[in-house]
Design a protein. Structure first.
Length: 209
């Protein structure tokens, strides 16, 4: 049996309980700018740069949305999911390297750090939107995290909730654990090797650490 050496975590919807809040925000943005009803779900897991360049070609619209999202994130509550710190501690005890791979930018990560100062500091590597040129579902972020940890992608486990992120994990060559915190199990399962309800249900032995 393969013993996995690294855990690569998406942030929103995996370690912090914010996906529902973001869905509400992007639903309002989508309605304001006349986007399709599924807009908020279609963009999940992608970087702000990708969202703006793909869906908002007008400079004035991009500037307005950038201000909206940064004001919004400054006031957000970044609540850790129950079981997140306990699972991270268990992985540490086993000598497993841990990384965050997120579509968040540095401004958002700084706001997160004010509320959860030990989360990013306790990681062996962190990959944010500023570090990549290609957004999820491209695997660049996960491949970069594996490289920074010095671990082959096939010895990593990706923890993801968004469909874009799950696809990125699969394309990286890592084992993928899909969480149903954002999407129903019937959509997550085809893109994951293991499907769980939340990080509190992650079993280090069953996953292969």
């Amino acid at each position: 049996m393969v013993k996995y050496k690294a855990a690569l975590f998406d942030l929103d919807g995996v370690l912090i309980d914010t996906e529902g809040i973001y869905t509400s925000f992007w639903n309002k943005v989508g309605k304001h700018f006349g986007k399709v009803p599924t807009f908020a779900n279609d963009i999940k897991g992608t970087t702000l740069c990708n969202i703006l360049s793909t869906h908002f070609p007008e400079p004035a619209a991009r500037a307005e949305i950038e201000k909206m999202i940064h004001d919004f994130e400054d006031k957000m509550v970044y609540a850790l999911f129950p079981g997140a710190l306990e699972f991270l501690s268990e992985l540490r005890r086993r000598g497993v390297l841990c990384a965050i791979v997120t579509s968040s930018d540095r401004k958002k990560m700084d706001a997160l750090a004010l509320q959860n100062p030990g989360l990013e500091a306790g990681m062996d590597a962190v990959v944010i939107a500023d570090d990549v040129q290609r957004s999820k579902p491209d695997p660049q972020g996960y491949l970069l995290a594996a490289e920074r940890l010095g671990v082959a992608p096939e010895l990593c486990v990706v923890f993801e909730d968004s469909l874009q992120g799950l696809e990125a994990g699969r394309r990286s060559g890592a084992k993928v654990v899909g969480l149903t915190t954002t999407n129903p199990a019937e959509k997550v399962a085809p893109l994951a090797d293991v499907t769980i309800a939340s990080i509190a249900d992650a079993d280090a032995d069953a996953i292969g650490f």
